[in-house]
Write a protein that binds this ligand. Sequence first.
Ligand code: BDR
Ligand code: CA
Length: 349
Amino acid sequence: RRVLFRSMSVDPKVGWPTFQHAPLVARSAPLGTVARPLPLIVDSDPGLDDALAIAAAVARPELNLLAVTSVGGNADVHHCTENALRLLQLYGASDVPVAEGAVGPLSGPLERATEVHGEGGLGKTVLPPAQRRPDPEGAVALMARLIAASPEPVAVAPIGPLTNIALLIRSYPHLASKISHLCLMGGSVGEGNSSASAEFNIFADPVAAEIVFLSGISITMIGLDVTHHAWVDRSILPRLAALPGRSAKVAAELLTYSFERSAGWGQGERMAIHDLVAVLHLAIPDLVGVARYYIEVDATSGPARGRTIGDAWKHRLVRDGRVPNADVGLTIDRERFADLLVDTYAKLP
Ligand code: BDR
Ligand code: CA
């Protein structure tokens, strides 16, 4: 076992995180292969980075995308559902079922990230209307049906607020054993983004997140600790422009919107593609380095609402009778990540 804070290479432009890393360990998440693609459901609130993550879920031959379910988050859930349908159509995957999920959190105020993603969720990009409607049974029932029917356990990549996943766990507890893994984008052991304490997906529904982290299902938390290292800048644009497909043109448009917005906030022209990391972790070995933590969610209404508190100190865990409940993403090879983004769009129409 390596001691991460001595061996990790850190991008000097990003700097050190504000907490001491636990040692990297072998991943718990299953890995799809070309010979045996991983059955996967993506639960999403598209969303600029969600759009890129869904692209990878369609394009990667190691993944078998069973469905995309929507949840209110970055934008209103109806926008998110329509975006999922339009994106799948763009990516040539109109056969992948889509169903609409929760409008808002299990409890607490409705949070939106339209200042980041635009009112409709996809910046200023307008995709051709979808030629189909979502599956009327709804997100949670669709997930349950697909998981129950699958001959092998199904992985889920929740890349929005965890409302649908909590409802799934509460409504169909007998299916928990058929969920091979939750590879979720959300949380942060270090600092947050929606608040100094909390990352958006957890902040938007902390009660749901608490249910998920206490569920006993195998979890990888792809939080800001790793996704803030998974950024691209304008140097990616000529690489996407060189690709023949329409999907790559749309990706360049979404990224450009994001670059301009982040420059306006004084953060430089770059975009951390959070959600894509969670999907790629299920397809690419050794892209993301993980450590084991006990993650506890602050679901109170105080200043740390939505914070994911990560404990990896063995002495304290033993003393308190706690066992780590998640792999937490800490490191990523950023150059390879950028290459994988280009490669994703090279595979799409
Ligand atoms: C997460 O919040 C959303 O705005 C993004 O789509 C991502 O899932 C990052 O904090
Ligand atoms: Ca998202």
